[in-house]
Each structure stands twice: as structure tokens, then as C-alpha cells.
Design a protein around this ligand. Structure first.
Ligand code: FEO
Length: 394
């Protein structure tokens, strides 16, 4: 594929990674991803904004050769993570006059993580500008969106924002801009859930801050660009600010069927009361879909059998994940079964300290649920429905 022109002298020079299926040895990538890099030429100076993952270095070199790019003045490192800055050292070696441009916090990270020589790094303050001649870059510090060193780069005259990971989507596509909004919405929501949601307080502040900028195009570092920025910014606002929905997320696993009976009973009871349930069997669930469901849910119910006194390890993993990504849900409960003794409820409860939630009475039974256990599940369903109504979850 050739470099794609965004504006005269501004090209997308990144790489599409159709085959990658796991990110950070953690995050599933069902639709691949891309590492977007942008070459911006001004009348006097030329800048590369972010690089690509080192596994795709050939793509970046091809694009720069196609554009006959023999000189770079700056390489902006919006973010030190390897999928964007992993090629920085190689690029600086190829272009010996170029300076890396980053936040003061990022400087140390580039030196530590990527062995970038200190003398090749130039730091910029929040709102500092660099002139390229007829074009101006403004740098917007955005700490903890999602790392502490992050910044966004704005090309003033063109009204283009390059926000690195913010607004990104793990989606391999040949489309330079979003063409299928539904598909990108799913991918961007998954990305938000997995990467950005723990930082939604900071994202809220930056969404507010970005209202002060006129933005015609957003060029994130993963997935297609947005030539209708309101589309993704409104989506982010809804994910960050909207009340939770009248939804329960129910990740569970069952070893001998007892927990599954309880899950199915509770799901039916909740559905009868008008509560939407998203059920995930953790034997084979897509953990990204689970994260995505947690963006909107009002309540999390965890279903687990007992393994050596504690929860099933897959359930412990899901609880750990939910605790780490800090969804805005407001209620949690635990259901499940044991054979002769269990501390699963206590152990799971201790694993979710980040969730600022009200814990609804758990329902834990010996073996298969009996009449009283089913009544307790009915009570739990009623409590959830009532709590959701009281909080105005729709
Ligand atoms: Fe796409 Fe935080 O790296």
C-alpha cells in the first residue's frame, strides 16, 4: 500500500497489522490493528508524528521512501509505548538531524525503555508550539490518558488532531477514514473498555479541554481516522459520562453444573423484571467483549464454583480484570456453589477494592440450588431491578 494523502504534504505512513491477535500479551485483537504514523511537511521543516511497532518497520521505511523523505527535523513521540515509539531509535539513526519531541515525563521513559540518547530528545511544555514554516504544531499534555507521559499533537492551520491512543480502535482496515460507523463504534468501544476506561476521569477533563480546539480531522494511532470528529467524541462522552444502563454483566464458570443452574435461573428472573443481562461463560469468553459490556453495566454478578476453597481461577481473572479497568457499575453480587466448604465470596470480595459499589447479598449454596436458594436468587433479581429503578438506570 502507498502512503495516503490527508492534505497536501500530510500523509499517513503507518502500517496495518492484519494478523496480530494479541496485544501486550493480554488483549485479544479479533480484527487486527494498525500503527498509525503521520508525516507532516511544512514550508521549512518536516516532522514524523509517532512511528510504528518494530514488527512492521518495513512498512514505515517503504512509505518514507515513496515520499522521498530524505530529511526529518522532528519525530514527535506522543507516547512512549513500544507500538508507537519502538521504532524511534531506528528513525533517529536514519535521520541524524532529527530531534525526538516529547513531554518532560516521556523523556526519561524513552531513555529507559528504548535507549534513546538524551541529546536526541527535546521536551515541550503543555501548549508549546513548534513552527514548521507555514504549519504549526501545538502540543497538548494529556497525562494519564492512558500513560503518565502522553500528549496530543494538533496541527493548527489544518485543524487536525493526532491524539495517539486516545480515540483509537484496534481495527485493521484499508479505509483511511471511518466508512462503517457501526463497525468502528464496536472496535473503538472495545478499545476504550480495555485501555482507556480506568482513566475516564482524566479523559472527561480532556474532552472538555478539546472543546477549545477546532478539529476537522482526528488521526489516532490505531484504526481509521475520523473526518467527522463529533462521532467519536460524542461516543466517548457517552461512555465516560452517561449513567450506567439497566444491565447486568454476569461472567461465570461451572464445573459440575450447579453454578450454571443458578446462573440460568437468575438470568431468567432478571429478564422477567426487565433487566438486560449479558452472560459470559469464562470457559471460552472473549475477555474484550466482557470489558466492553462493563462500560455500560449497572451491576456485576460473578458466578463461581469452589476450587480448593476459593473461586475458580478463570473467575478470579475476570474479577481482577473488572477491578483493574474500573467500570462505572454501582452494584456487585456473587453467586455460586461449593461441595464442603468455601471462602470464594470473601476471596472475590477482596479482589475488587477499586469498584466503588454496593455489595448485594451473595447467594452461595451447597451443591445444586434448593428451594430456598432459588428464592434467594429471586430476591437478588428483585433487589437489582429495584436498585436500577431507584438510580434511574434505563
Ligand atoms: Fe498504542 Fe499505549 O499504545
Amino acid at each position: 500500500m502507498k502512503p495516503r494523502e490527508i492534505r497536501p504534504g500530510i500523509h499517513a505512513v503507518g502500517a496495518i497489522d492484519w494478523d496480530r491477535r494479541l496485544f501486550d500479551s493480554l488483549i485479544p485483537l479479533p480484527d487486527g490493528t494498525s500503527y498509525n504514523s503521520y508525516l507532516v511537511k511544512g514550508s521549512e521543516k518536516t516532522v514524523l508524528i509517532d512511528t510504528v511497532d518494530p514488527t512492521m518497520e518495513h512498512e514505515l521505511w517503504h512509505h518514507l521512501a515513496d515520499l522521498d523523505c530524505r530529511h526529518l527535523d522532528y519525530v514527535v513521540a506522543n507516547h512512549a509505548e513500544q507500538d508507537h515509539s519502538g521504532m524511534l531509535l531506528r528513525v533517529l539513526e536514519k535521520y541524524p538531524q532529527a530531534q525526538a519531541v516529547c513531554t518532560p515525563r516521556c523523556k526519561g521513559m524513552l531513555m529507559d525503555f528504548l535507549l534513546i540518547p538524551e541529546e536526541r530528545i527535546m521536551t515541550v511544555e503543555d501548549k508549546q508550539t513548534i513552527s514548521l514554516g507555514d504549519r504549526t504544531l501545538e502540543f497538548i499534555h494529556a497525562a494519564w490518558v492512558h500513560w503518565p507521559e502522553t500528549m496530543l499533537t494538533y496541527v493548527k492551520e489544518e485543524r487536525i488532531l493526532f491524539p495517539c491512543d486516545l480515540f483509537g480502535s484496534h481495527l485493521a482496515t484499508t479505509d483511511l477514514y471511518v466508512t462503517n460507523e457501526g463497525r468502528v463504534y464496536e472496535a473503538a468501544k472495545r478499545y476504550y473498555a480495555e485501555i482507556m476506561m480506568p482513566f475516564r476521569g482524566n479523559i472527561e477533563k480532556h474532552l472538555e479541554r478539546l472543546k477549545g480546539y477546532q478539529i476537522d480531522i482526528i488521526g489516532p494511532s490505531h484504526g481509521p481516522m475520523y473526518n467527522r470528529p463529533a462521532y467519536i467524541m460524542d461516543a466517548y462522552r457517552s461512555w465516560v459520562l452517561n449513567k450506567p444502563k439497566n444491565e447486568v454483566v454476569l461472567p461465570y464458570i461451572s464445573m459440575h453444573g450447579s453454578t450454571k443452574v443458578m446462573v440460568e435461573y437468575l438470568v431468567g428472573a432478571l429478564a422477567d423484571k426487565g433487566v438486560t443481562v449479558k452472560q459470559f461463560n469464562l470457559e471460552n469468553a472473549d475477555i474484550g467483549k466482557l470489558a466492553m459490556a462493563l462500560v455500560d453495566a449497572g451491576t456485576l454478578v460473578i458466578g463461581t464454583p469452589t476450587v480448593l476453597v476459593g473461586p475458580h481461577p478463570n473467575v478470579a481473572y475476570a474479577a481482577f480484570l473488572a477491578n483493574a479497568i474500573r467500570p462505572k457499575l454501582q452494584f456487585v453480587s456473587i453467586i455460586g456453589s461449593f461441595g464442603w466448604g468455601s471462602k470464594a465470596v470473601e476471596q472475590l470480595s477482596a479482589m475488587i477494592p477499586n469498584l466503588k459499589v454496593e455489595v448485594l447479598p451473595p447467594v452461595y449454596c451447597k451443591g445444586l440450588p434448593k428451594t430456598d436458594d432459588l428464592k434467594a436468587l429471586d430476591s437478588l433479581a428483585e433487589a437489582i431491578a429495584q436498585k436500577h429503578r431507584e438510580r434511574g438506570f434505563a
